[in-house]
Design a protein. Structure first.
Length: 114
């Protein structure tokens, strides 16, 4: 095990974010919920770490974690937009998202193409 607790926590976070990506790809709700709980726990560990200086390796892992988390967030949003579009289509309701209503109009565009 690494002697740097921050480094070890960041490695765990990267592994959890990768597992979340896989869970999202497979639409595995149990795994998605499990990774959410794991991320929450690891965030608590990071909050309590009391780290004042971050070395380059940890900085790189932090940046990688931020990128992975952002990609996962975008995937979650696309899934939600897709579900909304399908539900709207089934119920005959007008779509909630419109291309001009949000800066993230790509999500509504992707959902509209379903």
């Amino acid at each position: 095990m690494d002697s740097n607790p921050l480094r070890e926590t960041l490695r765990q976070m990267l592994a959890v974010l990768e597992a979340e990506r896989q869970a999202l790809a497979g639409l595995d709700i149990e795994a998605i919920l499990g990774t959410a709980a794991d991320k929450d726990k690891l965030c608590g560990t990071l909050d309590k770490s009391g780290v004042t200086r971050i070395d380059e390796e940890c900085r790189g892992m932090l940046e990688a974690a931020k990128r992975l988390n952002e990609v996962n967030r975008q995937v979650r949003n696309l899934i939600a937009a897709n579900v909304s579009a399908r539900l709207d289509h089934l119920t005959g309701a007008p779509p909630i998202y419109r291309a001009g209503n949000t800066p993230r109009s790509a999500y509504s565009y992707a959902a509209a193409r379903v």
